[in-house]
Design a protein around this ligand. Structure first.
Ligand code: PEP
Ligand code: MG
Length: 357
């Protein structure tokens, strides 16, 4: 018998009788919790006062979109397109990409689909691109940096996205790893070129497609007030924002203890990003793992996050947790937490505050 505990991230081979019994009870409790969550399926996402939030899903393929819809996600907050480029021998063509983006747009008609442009590099290698080995790949030639240096590859994706947005107008383009305005402007310039080419070729596309950015670098956070007026939306990528704020490699178990969203520097960063978006009236979401973290929810509600994007499996639980907070409770909890100075104190405080829910 092998027990796999996905909550704790551990496995137990040939458990003793008492371990088996404990896990059977844990499994039953987990199933019961899932049954309780069923009442949130297909419902809008409301906090305890009835304020409406958007609850979207993160996906990596067109098939995942079906899982997201089945999980009653209200849209797609992050489509990681790099998976389309992986596990194959050559770049996907414009037609191949168009077909995938269109399939997701069709299956989510009437709902937003935020598609992130190629986020290659870092921990994601694509062998046929012949990327050079780098000493610090997370600080290297990845994501928007790679795309701006390879307009031949980037423009194919932009054209496919523009075209796929034509039928329902529900596709949004999201740029990863932005550190400054020059990158946003350069990407928009390439988008404008793609539009002009499609016009000349008489091919239909979404002329008003929205362009937003992942806010996931320390630079983008500090500059969020400068970036906000030039983009249509923000989505906070906490997976990277934590590593770039705390200087902790997100994939290195040796420093795993230091990788935490509860660090006051990360929380202040998130608050600032949301404030910058609010100041110019653009929507702000979060598509990093922290969006599904029960301890983070009161803070995100209090800061004014508009949209939570989580894995399909976390949709119902996140909707239930949002429902358990009134605005006043969330604001009070966030105010207390933001008074504290260390990640450990903040986490301990939030565990108590959220444990009462
Ligand atoms: C993030 O950085 O938070 C994010 C959502 O993107 P990824 O995990 O793909 O880097
Ligand atoms: Mg990221």
């Amino acid at each position: 018998i092998l027990i796999v505990d996905g909550d704790e991230g551990c496995a137990l081979l040939s458990p003793a009788a008492d371990q088996l019994a404990a896990y059977e009870a844990k499994r039953e409790a987990c199933l019961e919790k899932r049954r309780m969550l069923e009442k949130f399926r297909g419902k809008p996402t409301l906090d305890g006062d009835g304020r409406v939030f958007k609850l979207y899903a993160n996906i990596g393929s067109a098939e995942d979109a079906a899982a997201a819809a089945a999980a009653s996600a209200e849209g797609i907050g992050l489509f990681r397109t790099e998976f389309l480029f992986m596990d194959r021998a050559a770049l996907p063509t414009e037609e191949e990409q168009y077909a995938v983006y269109k399939e997701v747009a069709d299956s989510m008609a009437g709902r937003e689909v935020i598609i992130r442009t190629l986020d290659v590099g870092g921990d994601k290698d694509i062998p046929y691109l012949g990327l050079e080995k780098e000493d610090n790949p997370f600080l290297g030639h990845r994501a928007i940096r790679f795309c701006l240096d390879r307009p031949d590859i980037f423009k194919v994706q932009l054209r496919a996205l523009l075209r796929a947005g034509a039928s329902h107008g529900n596709i949004r383009i999201m740029l990863p790893l932005i550190t400054g305005l020059d990158e946003v402007r350069a990407a928009k310039e390439l988008l404008a070129q793609c539009k002009a080419e499609l016009d000349t070729e008489g091919i239909a596309y979404d002329k008003d497609i929205s362009v937003g950015i992942m806010v996931e670098t320390a630079a983008a956070s500090v500059l969020s007030d400068v970036l906000a007026p030039e983009v249509d939306f923000f989505s906070i990528g906490t997976n990277d924002l934590i590593q770039y704020t705390l200087e902790v490699d997100r994939g290195n178990a040796k420093v795993g203890k230091l990788y935490t969203p509860y660090h006051p520097a990360v929380l202040r960063s998130i608050r600032r990003i949301i404030e910058s978006a609010k100041a110019v009236g653009i929507p702000v979401g979060m598509c990093g793992e922290a969006a599904a973290d029960p301890l983070m929810i009161p803070l995100l509600l209090a800061f004014g996050l508009d949209e939570f994007s989580v894995s399909p499996a976390a949709v119902l639980a996140t909707r239930a947790r949002i429902a358990s907070w009134t605005r006043a409770d969330a604001v009070r909890t966030a105010a207390e937490a933001m008074q504290l100075s260390t990640a450990a104190d903040i986490e301990a405080y939030l565990r108590t505050a959220c444990g009462e829910k």
